[in-house]
Write a protein that binds this ligand. Structure first.
Ligand SMILES: Cc1cc2nc3c(=O)[nH]c(=O)nc-3n(C[C@H](O)[C@H](O)[C@H](O)COP(=O)(O)O)c2cc1C
Length: 188
């Protein structure tokens, strides 16, 4: 039996990411879990307008990095979601380097990090929603399979859910996409 719990945003868990920016010459790190694929080559990051520093960096440089988080860097990521860059220098929380794009610092220890161009922005209530496109994606080699594809089961990116404010780890593969449903009608 289902129970209606009202107008609750139920689209969790979502991947926890850390958005890297450069603001006035200083690196800043912003954890973001409100992210979503828009089409195959672009995705959305939703940034509260109150994060003045991060918004400034994104809008001035039109570039950002977006990194997935695994348990190795989870505590550091959580810290960045507690303190504000406008008050505390968070630049040294993650060792980092730069790739092709200025304004997109790449976390050395991130399991996967994308340096992205910002294509567009639209405002919804108190949020700036940026549409970004990865230009380069850097993956720790241990998380690439023999076909050179990302092995998310091995990487185990951390997910976030807002209802109870918890972090979750991803589980193991439960089925092959476009295969397990093939004979659904025949063998219900
Ligand atoms: C798990 C987690 C998820 C978060 N997701 C978002 C988000 O999707 N959008 C957002 O604007 N802030 C989000 N935040 C809040 C910011 O990360 C937090 O307020 C941060 O300290 C702001 O940093 P800044 O002021 O240096 O930009 C999240 C925080 C945590 C811990």
């Amino acid at each position: 039996m289902q129970k209606n719990i009202g107008s609750v945003m139920g689209l969790y868990p979502t991947p926890l990411t850390v958005v890297g920016t450069v603001v006035d010459g200083r690196v800043n790190w912003l954890p973001i879990a409100h992210v979503g694929v828009v089409e195959h080559h672009t995705f959305l990051i939703s940034v509260d307008k109150n994060h003045e520093l991060s918004n400034k960096g994104i809008q001035e440089n039109k570039t950002v990095s977006v990194s997935l988080v695994n348990q190795n860097i989870l505590r550091a990521a959580d810290y960045c979601g507690i303190v504000k860059g406008a008050k505390v220098d968070k630049s040294d929380v993650f060792a980092h380097h730069f790739g092709e794009l200025k304004g997109a610092p790449i976390i050395d220890e991130a399991p996967l990090s994308m340096e992205c161009e910002v294509l567009d922005m639209f405002e919804i209530e108190n949020f700036n929603n940026y549409i970004v496109k990865p230009v380069n994606t850097y993956v720790q080699e241990e998380f690439l399979n023999e076909r050179g594809r990302v092995d998310y089961e091995k990487m185990s990116p951390v997910l976030f859910e807002f209802q109870n404010a918890n972090y979750l780890s991803t589980g193991s593969v439960v089925g092959k996409c476009w295969v397990i449903g093939k004979d659904y009608k025949e063998n219900k």
